[in-house]
Design a protein around this ligand. Structure first.
Ligand code: SF4
Length: 326
């Protein structure tokens, strides 16, 4: 058995898990995932973070505690500064390993690989990969091959997303499960905007995708749109948005609106999220200004009740259906 690496099933897990898993497996590690989010994980996270933290960060902390119980040797908490040139992630990602260390003392050691592509994928990134690789081996060829395994796993995963599979299904497919029917069947097309770690976490989102499907909707997320679609939408604003995921939400929202890509749009934002409060307002204004497409915003926090969500979704779907027949 290799070194056990715990990976929290939260935050950027939904964007990068296949790459991280392939990287650590190739190095001879054994990847252990935390359980899916549940009430205990959320409650533990809420109890162990500062009140000001946003909901997904609180949930992330709950996943760290869940991994502690699984007796892993390390927990992987990357410091993701930037994923593309000239743009950043929100400051919570920049300080995540520090926040975890400062708030929790009795946990396994953290592997805190810096991911900073602000100036591109260069020497700095490779040296971080080597630094982490050396925890497992001094064989540089093995570390290089782990890096390549991570890159190819990510390419395959991204292709599944662009082919229209939601992350949950795309993740299953990267694990070798045969292509499955897309979990997005339904006749009304609903654009679902929001951070992937909010809308894909079934507990946080109260299984919103399934609920939309049950009401006859097919979900389209920003992950399913091409880069040119996002770029088009984002370029309609006078200034470039420097938060990568905020820009993605903004660009997707505008592209869906201008191209009548969907029958209605739902924007899910997390309570306590600074970037979301700005993006939500910007997207909402555009939809109000054009006034051609139904738009709903849902803010979720640890107290959000499922009954309220169902009522609002049902009313929204009714509105779209009514609009279709008049
Ligand atoms: S973008 Fe918002 S929800 Fe995401 S980590 Fe930052 S503050 Fe939290």
């Amino acid at each position: 058995m290799g070194i056990k690496i715990g990976i929290p099933r939260a935050l950027l897990y939904y964007n990068f898990y296949p790459a991280w898993e392939a990287f650590f497996n190739e190095l001879g590690g054994q990847v252990i995932l935390s359980q899916k989010t549940n009430k205990k994980i959320m409650d533990d996270g809420v109890m162990n973070t500062v009140d000001e933290a946003c909901l997904p960060v609180k949930v992330f902390f709950g996943h760290i505690l869940n991994l502690k119980k699984k007796n892993v040797d390390y927990i992987f908490v990357p410091r993701v500064v930037s994923l593309e040139q000239d743009r950043f992630l929100c400051p919570k990602f920049l300080g995540l390993p520090d926040l975890v260390r400062a708030s929790m003392t009795d946990i396994p050691p953290i592997i805190d690989m810096d991911i900073d592509l602000y100036r591109g994928y260069g020497r700095k990134t490779r040296s971080e990969i080597k630094r982490v690789g050396r925890i497992f081996t001094n064989d540089m060829r093995k570390i290089k091959s782990a890096e390549q395994a991570g890159e190819s796993a990510l390419k395959i995963y991204t292709k599944y997303l662009k082919d229209g599979f939601i992350p949950k299904d795309a993740l299953r497919m990267t694990e070798g499960t045969k292509p499955i029917k897309k979990s997005t069947e339904g006749s009304l097309k609903i654009g679902l905007l929001g951070h992937v770690y909010n809308i894909m976490d079934e507990y946080i989102s109260m299984n919103i995708i399934k609920k939309i499907n049950d009401f006859g909707g097919t979900v389209i997320t920003s992950d399913m749109l091409s880069k040119s679609a996002i770029d088009y939408g984002a370029s309609c604003y006078p200034k470039d948005m420097f938060w990568t995921y905020g820009r993605e939400m903004l660009g997707a929202g505008r592209y869906m609106l201008d191209n009548d890509l969907v029958d209605g749009v739902i924007l899910v934002s997390a309570f306590g999220c600074g970037p979301d409060s700005i993006i939500k307002d910007m997207v909402e204004r555009e939809y109000k200004r054009k006034d051609t497409m139904p738009f709903l915003t849902l803010t979720i926090d640890e107290e959000t009740g499922e009954a309220g969500l169902i009522t609002r979704l049902e009313a929204f779907m009714d509105l779209i259906q009514w609009k279709e027949v008049v």
